[in-house]
Write a protein that binds this ligand. Structure first.
Ligand SMILES: *[C@@H]1O[C@H](CO)[C@@H](O)[C@H](O)[C@H]1NC(C)=O
Ligand SMILES: *[C@@H]1O[C@H](CO)[C@@H](O)[C@H](O)[C@H]1NC(C)=O
Ligand SMILES: *[C@@H]1O[C@H](CO)[C@@H](O)[C@H](O)[C@H]1NC(C)=O
Ligand SMILES: *[C@@H]1O[C@H](CO)[C@@H](O)[C@H](O)[C@H]1NC(C)=O
Ligand SMILES: *[C@@H]1O[C@H](CO)[C@@H](O)[C@H](O)[C@H]1NC(C)=O
Ligand SMILES: *[C@@H]1O[C@H](CO)[C@@H](O)[C@H](O)[C@H]1NC(C)=O
Length: 880
C-alpha cells in the first residue's frame, strides 16, 4: 500500500515539474489560445459529407456521444482507454500506432484524444499537444524544411520562441499524426540510418523528417500517436477492431433518442442477413442508423439482407442528384471498374468517370484527396463495403465483363449472389433500369459450377462459403438444382460461426432433408444451436458426441427433435448440464427419435426416472445406449418399470455400476409379455451368478436374442441355469457373450452340451478369457463338426490351452458341417509351427471370412504364408 502511494506521489511530482518549467515560457494565455484553436480544429475537422462518410466529429463532441472502440490484444483487458494507458508516465518517447481499415473510427478516436486534452479530461501530463502537418509533409517532396518550421506553419498562434522552447522539452510533448497512409510515398524512399537527423531545426526532405520522427532520432523523448491503415514495422502497433456488440448497441442508443426504437432497430440490423458481419465498422453503423431512420420516417419496410440494404443506400445517394437512369447506370458501372480502394486521377478518368469529375455525386462515393486540378490527387472509396457492392453491381450492369474471377473478396461474391435476386436489387433497378436477364443466368451457372466443385471436397469452410452464397441468392430452386447435381460429401461441421449455421439451415430447408448432421466435438453456443434448429429438424441423424451444450442449447435441440424427423441422436461423451436429460426426455415423448446414445454422459439415478417416464410415455425409442454412466441399481430399477411396457428393443447398460440387487426388477420386466427388448448388454457390472440366474429364468419367456454378460463376475455355477434356458422351448437367444468370466471347465462343458442339442439357437458365442481347458476345446471341435450346432461365430481367445488344444478348433474348419464365418483365436500361444496347418484348414473351409490371430507368438516368417492365404482366398475379408 505504502509503496504504491509513494509511486503515485513521485509520478505526480515529476509531471508537475515538467509542466511548471514549460509554463515559465508558455504563458497561460498562450496555452489557452492553443487549446481553443485545437478545439476549433476538432469541431471543424471535416469528414466527407456523405451518407458513407461516418459520424461527423463535431456531432460526437457536441452531443458527448463518443463510443469507445475495441482495440485488439486488449479484448480481455479491463483498461478501456488504451491510449491513456500506453502514454502513462514512464512511456516517454513512445511511438504508438493505431491501425485499421477505412471507416474504423481511427480519426474520430484521435480527435477525441485532442479534445480531451484541451478540456483537461485526459493526458494532462503533456504540456503541449500538436498535430503533425500531414498534407504539408506530403507536399514537401524533395524540398528541404525543418520540423520546427513545419510545426510553426500550422500552429501560427504559438510564437516562434515559445515553440522553440517547447521543442527543447520533448518529454512533455505529444504529437499526433493522423493518416500515415497518405505519406506512403515518403516511407517508400529507401534511407540509410546515417541520413536520419536529430535536430528539429535542421532542414531535410519529407522522407527524412518522417523517418527521423517515426524511428525516434528526431524528438526522441516526445510521445507520438499515429494512425495508419496498416501496421508499421518496428513500432508499437495496436489494431483497431471496431465495435463489439455492446459498443454497437450503445452507438444505436446514442443515435436514436428513443431507447425502444434504438433497441428495435438494433435487433433488426443484427438479424438482417449478412449485415451483422459488417457492423464492426463504426462508419457503417452510422450509415445504417441514418438509413433506418429515413426508412422509419418514410414507413418503408426494413431491409432483410445486406445486398438490399446497399441497394437502398445507393438509391438514396443517387436520388439526391436528379440524374437520368442512363447517367446513373454509367456512374455506377464505372465506379465498379475501379478495383483498387485508392485510385489516381488517370484511373478515374480511364474507367469512364471523366464527365463526373465535377459532379457532387462522385464525392458521395469517393473521398477526393487534394485539388481536382492537381494530377497527384487521389480518390479513395469512402466505404469498403460500398466498394465491393459497386464491383458486383458492375458485373450486372456491364455486359463487357465476361468471366467471374475467383480472386475477389467474400463480400464481392456475397453481393453478386444477392443481386441475382430481383427483390434485393430492386432499389438500384428503380434508379437505373432493369438488369439484363442474361447476366442473372450467367451468375447462376457460375454458382452451380462452384457448388458442384466444392461440395465433393472435404473442406467444411468451403462448404459454408457456398452455402452462404446460396442463402444470399434466396432462390430455393437454385439450391435444389445445384445441390442435387453435386456429390455432397458428408463432412464434419465443427467450427462454425453463426452465419454458417444459418446458411446450413437455409440450404437444408430448401432441400427438405439432411441424411447425417455431423457436429462431433462442435463448440456450439446457444446462438449456434438456435440458428441450426431448422437444419436439425430435418436431419435424419444427428451426431453431437463429445460436445458441450448448455441447458438453453438442449432446450432448442429438444424443440427441434419434438417437431422434426430425427431418427438417431448421438450425444455420447457430451458434457450436459443439470436437467438436460429431463428436458430432452420431455421432448422425446413426442418425437420420431428411435435411437439415442447417451454413453458416458455422467447420467445419474435421477436421470433414469426421466428416461423411464419418457419410455413409458409413448416415445418411439427402440435403441438406448447408456453405457459408462453411474446409474447404480436404483437407476436400473426405475428403468425396469418402463421396460415392461415400451417399444425399446435394445439397451446397453455396459459399465453402469449395477449389481445383483437390480436384477429382480430387470428380470421381472423381461418376463412381461409386453416387453419388446431383444438386445441386452449388462457387461462390466457385478451381475454375479445369482443375477444371471434371474435373467436365465425369463429367457424362455422374453424375446431377448442377444445377451452380453461379459466381465460380470460370473463363475461356473451360473452355467446350469443358463444351459437350461438355452435348451428351453421358447428361448430365442442367438448371441451370447460370456467372455471375461471364470466359467472354468465344468461350467463351459455345460454350455457345450447344450450346443449339441438341436433346440439351441445360439449362432454367436464368445468365451474369450473364460478359463477354458483343453477338454472344452475338444468339445467345441466336436460341436462344430456335429452338424447340429448353428454356430457361425466363435471367440475363444485368451485361454491358456496351448497349440494342441487350439488345433481342435481349426481342424473342424475342414469339416463340411462347420458353418463358422468368424473365428477369434487371440493370444493362445500359437507359434510359427502351426501356421501351415492352420492355413490349410482355413483354405478348406467353405464359410470362414474373418480370422483373429493377434497377440500370438508367431514371427515374421509366418507372414508370407498368411499373405498367400489371403490372396488365394477371396472369401477372406479380414485377418488380424
Ligand atoms: C471553425 O469554427 C469556428 C467556430 O466553431 C469558426 O468561427 C471558424 O470560422 C471555423 N473555421 C473554419 C476554417 O471553418
Ligand atoms: C468457388 O467460389 C469461391 C468464391 O466464393 C472461389 O474462391 C473458389 O475458388 C471457387 N471454387 C471453385 C472450386 O470453383
Ligand atoms: C431461381 O433459379 C433457377 C435456376 O437457376 C432459375 O431458373 C429461376 O429463374 C430463378 N428464380 C428466380 C425467381 O430468380
Ligand atoms: C431457444 O431457447 C431459448 C431459451 O430457452 C428460447 O428463448 C428460444 O425461444 C428458443 N428458440 C427456439 C426457436 O425454440
Ligand atoms: C413370469 O411371469 C409369469 C406370469 O406371466 C409368472 O408366472 C412367473 O412366475 C414369472 N417368472 C418370473 C421369473 O418372474
Ligand atoms: C459385450 O460387451 C463388451 C464390453 O462392452 C464388448 O467389448 C463386446 O464387444 C460385447 N460383445 C458383443 C458380442 O458385442
Amino acid at each position: 500500500m505504502y509503496q504504491k502511494r509513494s509511486d503515485l506521489y513521485y509520478t505526480f511530482l515529476a509531471g508537475l515539474t515538467s509542466s511548471l518549467i514549460l509554463i515559465i515560457s508558455f504563458s497561460t494565455d498562450q496555452q489557452q489560445t492553443h487549446k481553443e484553436t485545437l478545439r476549433n480544429s476538432v469541431l471543424n475537422s471535416t469528414l466527407p459529407n456523405s451518407l458513407l462518410g461516418g459520424l461527423p466529429v463535431r456531432e460526437v463532441i457536441q452531443k458527448g456521444h463518443y463510443t469507445a472502440l475495441s482495440v485488439c490484444a486488449y479484448e480481455d483487458d479491463h483498461t478501456r482507454d488504451v491510449i491513456s494507458r500506453e502514454f502513462s508516465p514512464g512511456s516517454e518517447g513512445r511511438r504508438l500506432v493505431l491501425y485499421g481499415g477505412v471507416g474504423m473510427g481511427k480519426t474520430t478516436a484521435v480527435e477525441k484524444v485532442i479534445w480531451d486534452w484541451t478540456t483537461g479530461a485526459r493526458l494532462q501530463r503533456y504540456a503541449l499537444l500538436m498535430r503533425v502537418p500531414v498534407w504539408e509533409l506530403a507536399a514537401l517532396g524533395e524540398k528541404a524544411e525543418s520540423l520546427q518550421n513545419m510545426l510553426g506553419c500550422i500552429h501560427t498562434h504559438i510564437s516562434t520562441e515559445t515553440l522553440a522552447v517547447a521543442l527543447q522539452r520533448p518529454q512533455s510533448l505529444l504529437l499526433v499524426l493522423d493518416g500515415l497512409e497518405r505519406l506512403q510515398n515518403l516511407l517508400c524512399t529507401p534511407l540509410s540510418s546515417s541520413s536520419l537527423i536529430c535536430d528539429v531545426q535542421q532542414e531535410a526532405s519529407g522522407s527524412v523528417l518522417l523517418c527521423s520522427l517515426l524511428h525516434g532520432s528526431l524528438l526522441a523523448e516526445a510521445s507520438v500517436l499515429i494512425t495508419s491503415r496498416e501496421p508499421v514495422e518496428s513500432l508499437r502497433c495496436f489494431e483497431v477492431v471496431g465495435f463489439s456488440q455492446t459498443q454497437r448497441r450503445t452507438f444505436f442508443q446514442q443515435f436514436f433518442d428513443d431507447r425502444g426504437q434504438a433497441e428495435r432497430l438494433f435487433r433488426q440490423c443484427e438479424q438482417a442477413l449478412g449485415v451483422y458481419e459488417q457492423c464492426f465498422r463504426p462508419a457503417f453503423c452510422w450509415t445504417l442508423c441514418n438509413v433506418f431512420k429515413t426508412n422509419f420516417e418514410n414507413k418503408n419496410t426494413p431491409s432483410e439482407t445486406l445486398t438490399h440494404l446497399l441497394s437502398v443506400i445507393t438509391h438514396m445517394l443517387l436520388q439526391k442528384q436528379k440524374m437520368h437512369a442512363e447517367q446513373t447506370r454509367v456512374l455506377v458501372s464505372s465506379l465498379g471498374k475501379l478495383t483498387n480502394p485508392v485510385c489516381s486521377c488517370s484511373d478515374v478518368t480511364s474507367c469512364g468517370l471523366r464527365s463526373f469529375l465535377h459532379n457532387p455525386m462522385l464525392s458521395a462515393f469517393l473521398g477526393i484527396n487534394g485539388d481536382l486540378t492537381h494530377p497527384d490527387t487521389t480518390f479513395s472509396f469512402l466505404s469498403p463495403v460500398m466498394h465491393e457492392f459497386l464491383l458486383a453491381a458492375s458485373f450486372y450492369l456491364d455486359q463487357s465483363v465476361q468471366e467471374i474471377s475467383d480472386k475477389r473478396s467474400d463480400l464481392y461474391y456475397t453481393f453478386l449472389a444477392g443481386l441475382s435476386d430481383s427483390i434485393q436489387r430492386k432499389p438500384i433497378e428503380d434508379s437505373m433500369g432493369k438488369v439484363d436477364e442474361s447476366r442473372i443466368s450467367a451468375f447462376s451457372q457460375w454458382l452451380m459450377g462452384n457448388v458442384s466443385r466444392v461440395l465433393p471436397d472435404g473442406d467444411a469452410t468451403k462448404h459454408f462459403r457456398v452455402f452462404r452464397l446460396l442463402q444470399h441468392a434466396r432462390n430455393s430452386s437454385l439450391v435444389k438444382e445445384s445441390i442435387s447435381k453435386s456429390q455432397w460429401r458428408p463432412v464434419w461441421y465443427s467450427s462454425m460461426q453463426e452465419p454458417d449455421c444459418a446458411a446450413l439451415s437455409y440450404v437444408v430447408s430448401c432441400m427438405g432433408e439432411m441424411e447425417h448432421m455431423n457436429l462431433y466435438r462442435a463448440e456450439l453456443t446457444d446462438e449456434h444451436v438456435e440458428r441450426l434448429i431448422p437444419a436439425l429438424r430435418l436431419s435424419k441423424s444427428i451426431g453431437l458426441s463429445q460436445s458441450r451444450l448448455s441447458l438453453t442449447a438442449i432446450t432448442n435441440l429438444s424443440t427441434a427433435l419434438a417437431e422434426g424427423r430425427t431418427i438417431t441422436l448421438d450425444l455420447s461423451h457430451s458434457t450436459l448440464k443439470k436437467d438436460s436429460v429431463k428436458t430432452l426426455c420431455h421432448a422425446l415423448m413426442r418425437s420420431t427419435l428411435e435411437s439415442l446414445n447417451l454413453c458416458g454422459c455422467s447420467l445419474t439415478t435421477a436421470d433414469c426416472e426421466a428416461l423411464a417416464q419418457m419410455l413409458s410415455g409413448g416415445s418411439r425409442l427402440r435403441v438406448l445406449n447408456l453405457c459408462g454412466n453411474n446409474l447404480e441399481d436404483q437407476g436400473l430399477i426405475h428403468l425396469s418399470s418402463a421396460l415392461e411396457n415400451c417399444r425399446l428393443q435394445e439397451i446397453n447398460l455396459d459399465l453402469c455400476s449395477l449389481t445383483v440387487a437390480s436384477m429382480p426388477a430387470l428380470s421381472s420386466a423381461l418376463n412381461s409379455s409386453f416387453s419388446e427388448l431383444r438386445k441386452l448388454s449388462l457387461s462390466r457390472n457385478a451381475v454375479m451368478d445369482d443375477g444371471i440366474e434371474l435373467i436365465s429364468r425369463v429367457l424362455q419367456k422374453g424375446r431377448l436374442n442377444t445377451l452380453n454378460v461379459s466381465d460380470c463376475e460370473l463363475t461356473g455355477s451360473c452355467c446350469s441355469s443358463l444351459a437350461a434356458a438355452l435348451q428351453s422351448e421358447n428361448c430365442r437367444l442367438t448371441e451370447l457373450d460370456l467372455s471375461v468370466n471364470d466359467l472354468g471347465q465344468s461350467g463351459a462343458m455345460q454350455i457345450c452340451e447344450v450346443l449339441m442339442t438341436p433346440k439351441c439357437t445360439l449362432e454367436i458365442l464368445e468365451m474369450s478369457r473364460c478359463e477354458l481347458t483343453k477338454e472344452v476345446f475338444r468339445a467345441l471341435g466336436s460341436i462344430l463338426t456335429s452338424g447340429v450346432s448353428k454356430l457361425v461365430s466363435l471367440s475363444v481367445g485368451l485361454n491358456d490351452v496351448g497349440e494342441t488344444a487350439a488345433k481342435h478348433i481349426w481342424e473342424a474348419l475342414r469339416h463340411k458341417h462347420c458353418k463358422l464365418q468368424h473365428l477369434d483365436l487371440e493370444m493362445l500361444s500359437l507359434t510359427d509351427a502351426c501356421v501351415e496347418e492352420l492355413c490349410e484348414s482355413v483354405a478348406a473351409s467353405s464359410t470362414l471370412s474373418t480370422l483373429i490371430l493377434k497377440n500370438n507368438i508367431m514371427t515374421d516368417s509366418s507372414v508370407p504364408r498368411l499373405v498367400k492365404l489371403m490372396l488365394d482366398r477371396p472369401l477372406m475379408t479380414e485377418l488380424k
